[in-house]
Design a protein around this ligand. Structure first.
Ligand code: NAI
Ligand code: MG
Length: 332
């Protein structure tokens, strides 16, 4: 039987890029079983919840979830953060890859940032006190070990050669000291993969001055959040950046962009970030073959420049670009 995939389109262009991504995915005859589920603002207006229990239940049951984008309204529960917590999606994977025809600071960049997604400064342990306020930066051995193991495992599975730990252990001696120690313990059992470490401030600079030195970066929550957006800036734009949220039993794959109300309904959203998110899903399933096929087809379309959405300087609609990618897949 085929793998079960939850489809959460969400709001605005989330729906449009999902339709495009499924068209591309379906042209490969992968025998997936899709289970559609609701989340986001439209869902709230219909059911009184941005992330109904039914959706969480479906996402827990399936092999992977594809998530479009949602409109978030202040005061409403965040659908994506709830899903990350409920499914314990502890690893956030953000590829930093320059693609042809896309404005990028350097050509040929290709590295991945793996961010610990469950603790650090985002543990929610924050309170006011008599002097002001304090946030606790929780670093556990368990979460550090599983993210470091994930990073080496990712490197092995995806034919990458080096894992770099990024931290600030010179100042955060205990928390990042622990993270760094566990990183090198993990490196010890993965000696086929090269390992090294940098301070986060130096990393922020090297990502601009010599990003070619990176292959896989593994880091704690806040540093990963900041560096991955810096990375997106390096390779040009929201319409192009995919991401994966990985847990022990599940994976959730989503473009980095939001629901883009300013262009929603016009059918002109760039589907690349969503399509590249399905590429990451296939990679996570171990289907590197089909992942590469889709990525190559997208690259061909970018290189030809005939069917590009307006954000890429073209005049095509979302579905025209998706169809162009499908036709490249058929030629392959
Ligand atoms: P946004 O990512 O939706 O849009 C920012 C800018 O980039 C806009 O000009 C938009 O037109 C453009 N853009 C984004 N994706 C594009 C694509 N695929 N093709 C062409 N252009 C694209 O961020 P914004 O405007 O700050 O937020 C809009 C809504 O989305 C808000 O409600 C926000 O909270 C939500 N949001 C949801 C996210 C999610 O579902 N994971 C992530 C980020 C924002
Ligand atoms: Mg961010």
């Amino acid at each position: 039987m085929g793998k079960k995939i939850a489809i959460i389109e969400g709001d605005g262009i989330g729906k449009e890029v999902m339709e495009a991504a499924l068209l591309v995915l379906d042209s490969l005859n992968l025998n997936f079983e899709y289970i559609h589920a609701e989340a986001g603002n439209e869902c709230y207006n219909k059911h009184g919840s941005t992330i109904p229990k039914k959706t969480i239940k479906i996402a827990k049951k399936v092999d992977s979830t594809l998530f479009g984008a949602v409109t978030t309204v202040e005061g409403q529960k965040s659908a994506i953060i709830t899903l990350r917590k409920e499914l314990d999606l502890y690893a956030n994977v953000r590829p930093i890859k320059s693609l042809p025809g896309i404005k990028s600071l350097y050509e040929g960049l290709d590295f991945v940032i793996i961010r610990e997604n469950s603790e650090g400064l985002y543990s929610g342990l924050e309170e006011y006190n008599s002097k002001g306020a304090v946030a606790i930066r929780l670093i556990t051995k368990k979460a550090s070990r599983r993210i470091c193991e994930f990073a080496f495992d990712y490197a092995l599975k995806n034919h990458r050669n080096k894992v770099t730990a990024v931290h600030k252990a010179n100042v955060l001696k205990k928390t990042d000291g622990l993270f760094k120690d566990i990183f090198y313990q993990t490196a010890q059992i993965n000696q086929d993969i090269e390992s090294n470490d940098y301070y986060v401030d130096a990393t922020a600079m090297f990502m601009i001055t010599k990003p070619q030195i990176f292959d896989v970066i593994v880091t704690t929550n806040l540093f990963g959040d900041i560096l991955s957006d810096e990375g997106a800036g390096l390779v040009g734009g929201l319409g192009m950046t995919p991401s994966a949220n990985i847990g022990i039993d599940n994976g959730l794959f989503e473009p980095v962009h939001g629901s883009a109300p300013n262009i929603a309904g016009k059918g002109i959203a760039n589907p690349a970030a969503m399509i590249l998110s399905t590429v990451m899903m296939l990679e996570n399933m171990g289907d590197l073959d089909n992942a590469l096929k889709i990525e190559q087809a997208l690259i061909k379309v970018l290189r030809e420049g005939k069917f590009l959405t307006p954000d890429l300087g073209g005049k095509s609609k979302t579905m025209e670009m998706a169809k162009a990618i499908c036709s490249k897949l058929k030629i392959n």
